[in-house]
Design a protein around this ligand. Sequence first.
Ligand SMILES: [Zn+2]
Length: 360
Amino acid sequence: MRGAAFTAGIWYVFNDIFYEDRDMTNTEPKVSSTLDFSAQGKHHGYLSIPHSRNDSGWGAVHLPIVSIRNGEGPTMVLTGGNHGDEYEGPIALMKLARTLNAGGISGQVIIIPALNFPAVMAGNRVSPIDGVNMNRAFPGRRDGSVSSMIAHFVHHKILPLADAVLDIHSGGKTMMFSPFACYHRIADAGVMEQAKQAMLAFGAPVSLELVELDAEGMLDTAVEDMGKIFVGCELGGGGTTTTHTVSIAETGVRNLLAHFEIIAGKPQSREDRGLPSTRMMHMPDSNCFVICDDTGIYEALIDLDSPVDTGDVIGQVHFPEKPERTPEVYRAARAGTLIGRSHKVLVGPGDFLALIAADM
Ligand SMILES: [Zn+2]
């Protein structure tokens, strides 16, 4: 018995080393691309992600991607649909992909309107295939699930080409934001300043120095870890769009391309467009987030863009099974302005209720 256990132990150790070694040395994606990213001109193609399943034995997911390249200049990667229920990105980027031509640019623009394509087609935040949140899947695995393989291809084959990345988000079905563009506080002060200037060029109503609740696995973090410029945004939410939020995305994308001198002309500033200047805000501490601790019906008691003081009531949770019970009140733990809130009403412990930012 002892001998057999020893032999099995050796086998497991060998197996571990073998597989570990295989993962470490082979970084070539299983995903293939119909595009040659070094080719000049405008090319529509797709990534092919192997996906063998009951209704398609040798099947694959085809994820549309566009490369527009002309001469010398920076490369910008534009992504939408990282979460499948956020639509400003897909709409603005499909419009851009149809209208931007190689003759109109210097450098390269790589457009992925629906980064988590299966999630976008399902209208859900995460992929219906593997339940994975694309923005927690980076750097991905070459032999992982469909979402993980997409992240792996983007990480290994697309991000290395980029000088700057814009990822367009909104709140999805469960959150609503006062439209903002954002950058992160990162160790490299030079890159951080470039990201901040790019964010300001984007021209959203609010410009936020954002602190993430959970940064590991995000596209943002992958880009920043490569020392590249990352700009994000949250343009609305509720699983829909408005003419206002889509126009912010469309103008913002063109402004960024102008900022990096990929297209001619200067970014159109908010002032040039007769709009109030952007409001520069930050998140000084974790008290910016209000998180739910009850199960029930959430009643928001102040609206987006309202000022709050420490201790102000921002909402309350009612208990439909006990109408006589006094609602649980939620208060702001710091002063600032409400720029994000829960869009869903049926809430539970751990749910996001509110985001409070302070003027910088
Ligand atoms: Zn999102």
